[in-house]
Design a protein around this ligand. Structure first.
Ligand code: ASP
Length: 443
């Protein structure tokens, strides 16, 4: 067996957590590659190193002194180093980074990536593994997309040279060898590339929870644990707010069929969640219910004489031009809505609206900024005629108005848009109705 094990920031938050990581790695010699995040929060009031590094860069950009923040980051690593009695020299790395920052010689991406870099250097020392820099392995193009073939080649080479090694997550390099970051939470994706390149049998992702729950435990008390989830279900649930794994984690593995097992660092003995290409033997109708607040819908009324496709393409090109991802696009004959996340449009809102208003084919634009989306996901939904009706009736019974609805043709997810005030009630009611519902009565 060949395993890749990834540890998230909360698994590295202090020396106690590092000891748990070492115990996990030492207990199984199949764990050849370890991928680490930056040091995370050790209590709710604490700060994640990655957030601090972004903050330091912003201070620097606006010429605001950030020595204390820099010291806070440094001390997080040095205290772990002291407590674990590590030998690796990170002090000179810190001094060098500080100097380069003062001389404007370090990019934001490189500075932010140092959280993972320090974690990996120290973890390699602690475990007695080699350190291999992600800069040498994960290749991005200038658009920030991973160049898969080169990346896999580099990982294969590393695997042939190093028997056991630690890799920093979250970053790689542009063709000019400068640092490029994944989006936030991207160390999960690094782990997937490592698993693919190493042709691993298993990718273990250790985090602060033993896998996925049917709904968010912050909204519901003790929701049902999910023991298996498919790649597709994971994408849908993560996209809609289930933040256990980065939504792109499965992408490198789609053709490989390497399973991911999500486990808890605090309780590695607990059953985790298997994420697989194909899941078998599951009897529950609904796999998961997730959702997010903070959406905005812009509804366009078009002139009847204007072709629907033309106007849709014109409107979407404006969003594309401003790099605002469009989440959903409900349409009717003369109107259509564009649903976006508010956080993605905020700063560009007035420019986008001004550009859209220039389009002579648009009669009016209405805005609804009170929109939460809820996704009911399950590959078994397709096996039950009337499942969508049953889901919708839950909203009806609760007196909750559905603003828009979407069911993909693959029929494994139903998405409903509701007012933000109805968000928690909807999730609770859906969970109560479907937590234990099986596909068939006898199943
Ligand atoms: N440290 C980075 C973040 O906080 C990446 C990661 O942990 O996956 O987003």
């Amino acid at each position: 067996m060949y395993k890749v094990a990834k540890f998230g920031g909360s698994s590295l938050a202090n020396a106690e957590q590092w000891k748990k990581v070492k115990a996990i790695i030492d207990s199984d010699e199949d764990r050849h590659i370890v991928v680490v995040s930056a040091v995370g929060k050790s209590n709710p009031k604490d700060h994640k190193v990655t957030d601090l590094l972004y903050l330091i860069y912003q201070h620097h950009k606006y010429h605001i002194e950030a020595d204390d923040l820099f010291k806070e980051v440094e001390e997080k690593y040095l205290s772990i180093k002291r407590e674990l009695g590590l030998k690796v020299d990170i002090e000179s790395d810190f001094a060098e980074i500080k100097e380069r920052l003062e001389k404007n010689q370090i990019s934001e991406e490189e500075l932010v990536s140092r959280g993972e870099y320090f974690s990996a250097k120290m973890m390699a020392d602690y475990l007695g593994f080699d350190f291999v820099d992600a800069k040498e392995l994960i290749n991005f193009d200038y658009e920030g997309q991973v160049v898969e073939e080169e990346t896999i080649d580099c990982i294969e080479r590393a695997v042939s040279v190093h028997d056991y090694f630690v890799v920093p997550g979250f970053y790689g390099s542009y063709p000019n060898y400068k640092i490029c970051l994944f989006s936030r939470g991207g160390s999960d994706v690094t782990g997937s590339y490592m698993a693919k390149g190493a042709k691993a049998d298993l990718y273990e992702n250790f985090t602060d929870v033993p896998g996925f729950y049917m709904a968010d435990p912050r909204i519901l008390k003790s929701p049902r644990h999910i023991s298996q989830i498919s790649y597709d279900e994971l994408r849908e649930l993560s996209d809609m707010g289930a933040c256990v794994l980065h939504e792109e984690t499965v992408l490198p593995l789609l053709e490989e069929d390497i399973p991911i097992l999500v486990l808890s660092t605090d309780h590695p003995e607990l059953e985790g969640t298997w994420v697989k290409k194909q899941v078998t033997g599951r009897k529950h109708l609904v796999t998961g219910i997730s959702g997010k607040k903070g959406f905005l819908a812009l509804t366009f009324q078009k002139k009847r004489s204007v072709g629907k496709l033309d106007i849709l393409l014109e409107v979407l090109s404006v969003f594309n031009q401003y790099h605002v991802p469009v989440e959903h696009l409900p349409t009717s004959i003369d109107t259509f809505s564009v649903v976006v996340e508010k956080s993605n449009i905020e700063e560009k809102y007035y420019d986008i609206i001004a550009d859209l208003k220039k389009n002579p084919g648009i009669l009016s634009i209405n805005e609804d900024e009170d929109l939460a989306l809820i996704a009911v996901v399950g590959s078994n939904l397709v096996h039950r005629i009337g499942a969508s009706g049953e889901i919708l009736s839950v909203f009806g019974k609760e007196g909750i108005n559905i603003k828009f609805l979407d069911q993909g043709l693959e029929e494994y997810q139903i998405l409903a848009g509701v007012s933000e005030k109805d968000f928690e009630t909807s999730i609770q009611a859906l969970y109560t109705r479907f937590a234990h519902e099986k596909i068939t009565a006898e199943a």
